[in-house]
Design a protein around this ligand. Structure first.
Ligand code: PMV
Length: 318
């Protein structure tokens, strides 16, 4: 039996604009995890996937799972076995579970896929680089997202704070001083694919306006990268607020997100913004370490269904 995990993630700066070639910054969130367990199964059983949280089990290739959010799991298994040069006719059971909430901007799809890739590689005694994990996860992200930038699979596979530009080699972000985030969940599921498609329509209708907004987000990301390196939390908080304003202008915020963002600021956060696709899902607040519990309580009082306190640290050199 082989087990592997992968963390959730949040985008600190630059979501949406990253789809249009601008840079973005993302960090892993280890407080939530996806887990995959591979075990040998009776001969002739084939490959069975058990989505434990959803109480669903099906045989790969026999019948497509009714729920189309499950198809990427099957695709991940196929692509990974191909990469590992393992026969697809083997007999294994793959059990997948996750504490990363689905469709809430915390990268649940990427985490599940990364855990599957790692567990299969380990089960067959093969080493697989973070870049290979990322590439395999990207293939399933395309099913979840339509036109993913690749940021989710990259941050989840590398498990480091990253500076990311679509189509370029990932850069591990240098973090001058640990940062503390409080993450608040609106409780509203918001599929990334739908929000990204809406932004694309708006961009097609008003290309100049949207290109300008994306450029302004890129400028925020450039300043944020330096502020992270210098450990300048006050400046970062201010930049988060600026990024939130630009996300509102793009049309991906919501009253529920804005209620949580203002509650965090009022409770003493240095800055706050939605994270991920928006319209629902989660927001993040940048908070001094001694204020985290207070901000988390204020978020719950303002309607957050869940809060996570997470520290941003660099665990390997940039
Ligand atoms: O909703 P999430 O956490 O999967 O984040 C999506 C980030 C976007 O920039 C909106 C899309 C993308 O592919 O980068």
């Amino acid at each position: 039996m082989t087990t592997a995990c992968a963390p959730g993630k949040v985008i600190l700066f630059g979501e949406h604009a990253v789809v249009y070639g601008r840079p973005a910054i993302a960090v892993p969130v280890t407080q939530v995890q996806a887990r995959a367990v591979v075990e040998d199964a009776p001969v002739g059983q084939g490959i069975v996937i058990h989505a434990a949280d959803l109480h669903l089990q099906w045989r790969v290739g026999a019948a497509s799972p009714a729920d189309d959010t499950l198809q990427p799991m099957e695709a991940t298994v196929r692509h990974t076995l191909e990469r590992l040069s393992v026969q697809a006719s083997l007999d294994i059971k793959l059990t997948v579970s996750s504490t990363v909430p689905i469709a809430r901007g915390l990268g649940s799809g990427a985490a599940v896929s990364a855990a599957i890739v790692r567990a299969l590689a380990a089960h067959f005694g093969q080493t697989i680089t973070p870049q290979e994990v990322s590439d395999l996860v990207y293939q399933s992200e395309r099913i979840y997202h339509g036109t993913p930038s690749g940021i989710d699979n990259t941050v989840v596979a590398f498990e480091q704070p990253i500076y990311f530009v679509k189509g370029h080699a990932v850069q591990v972000l240098s973090v001058g001083r640990p940062l503390w985030l409080v993450i608040g969940d609106t409780g509203i599921a918001s599929p990334t694919r739908d929000v990204v498609a809406d932004v694309r329509q708006s961009w097609q209708r008003e290309p100049r306006r949207y290109e300008t907004l994306f450029d302004r987000i890129a400028a925020v990301v450039a300043r944020a990268r330096e502020a992270v390196a210098f450990g300048d939390a006050a400046l970062l908080g201010h930049l988060m607020d600026e990024n939130q304003e630009l996300l509102e202008a793009i049309g991906v915020s919501s009253p529920e997100l804005e209620r949580l963002v203002s509650a965090a600021r009022q409770a003493g956060a240095m800055g706050a913004k939605l994270c991920g696709a928006g319209r629902g899902g989660n927001m993040i607040a940048l908070v001094a370490p001694e204020e985290t519990a207070r901000v988390a309580a204020a978020l719950r009082e303002a309607g957050a269904v869940n809060t996570i306190i997470s520290e941003v640290v660099q665990t390997r050199p940039a």
